[in-house]
Write a protein that binds this ligand. Structure first.
Ligand SMILES: [Fe+2]
Ligand SMILES: [Fe+2]
Length: 285
């Protein structure tokens, strides 16, 4: 396994759904992440109801435990209470980079993030046709894809990592009820990923989905929903850990690290007891 300053370790998890009473819930997990990774990705649904109070609980747990950069997108739950601006400010004050069509670079790796949107996949994707409300719905997905494209275009790093909440492909939502696939993501998000040949994509939202898939061009897509990780890897802490080799071509991609013997050794090295989040609504997560 490659080690050294040319290797950057990325930890990723999403859908942690912090609630008012979650204080300390993920501190053991955050502690393991800080010991093992150079940067942490949180792919949305950071809070359960999108309440500022919930964000404060999360901010406290992050600031006391996580000592590496945190880069995040918001999820649909973070919008629920109409307190997005306050929520973003609380998390930004805690050092979290919330991406909404923005970019972040660290250790030579670039990150572009958007929430994304739904509308379905492939031939089943909803088209902008008919009633104005349908066009408006589809426009939201198109707009998120455009924001992602423009963020990716601004990155000058060899490695470009995309962070979404909604899935860009069908593969990683499989396991959910087929009836709700159209509400779990949108194929419109896939096109910018291929155009900018991203190294890897991380998303959440599909709590019962599949942990790994790939775009039609072979770009790896990881569903890092906390619930998926707990179900699929019950013998590991509920986050994924990846290595990116910054000195080689992006086509070398990212390598998931499954062997726990290699955890706890941060590669750049400069220098679950977790509470179950509240149950999702039966509607999409
Ligand atoms: Fe969600
Ligand atoms: Fe969720």
């Amino acid at each position: 396994m490659a080690m050294g300053p040319d290797v950057v370790r990325i930890a990723a998890v999403s859908d942690i759904h912090y609630a008012k009473d979650s204080h300390g819930a993920l501190q053991p997990l955050f502690g393991q992440i800080t010991e093992s990774a150079d940067v942490l990705i949180l792919a949305g649904d950071l809070t359960d109801y999108g309440l500022a109070e919930e964000a404060k609980v999360l901010a406290r747990d992050l600031t006391t435990t996580v000592k590496i950069p945190v880069v995040a997108v918001l999820g649909n739950h973070d919008y629920e209470s109409g307190q997005v601006a306050e929520l973003v400010k609380i998390l930004a004050d805690a050092g979290v980079r919330i991406l909404d069509g923005d970019t972040f670079e660290t250790h030579g790796v670039g990150f572009a993030g958007v929430r994304g949107f739904c509308g379905g996949f492939g031939r089943g994707a909803l088209g902008a046709w008919g009633e104005p409300i349908i066009k408006q719905f589809v426009h939201e997905a198109v707009n998120e894809a455009l924001k992602l494209e423009s963020a990716l275009a601004r990155l000058r790093t060899d490695h470009r990592i995309a962070i979404l909440h909604y899935a860009p492909i069908r593969d990683t939502v499989e396991g959910e009820s087929p009836e709700i696939y159209p509400f779990l993501g949108s194929s419109r998000l896939e096109e910018p990923l291929s155009r900018f040949d991203v190294t890897a994509v991380f998303h959440g939202h599909a709590h019962k989905g599949k942990p790994e898939g790939a775009t039609s061009k072979g770009i790896p897509v990881y569903n890092v929903a906390h619930q998926v990780l707990k179900a699929c890897y019950p013998d590991r802490p509920a986050f994924r850990l990846f290595e990116v080799r910054t000195t080689v071509s992006h086509t070398d991609g990212v390598t998931p690290i499954a062997d726990r013997r290699h955890w706890g050794r941060r590669s750049t090295d400069r220098g679950s007891a977790a509470q179950q989040p509240q149950e999702e609504n039966p509607s999409p997560s």
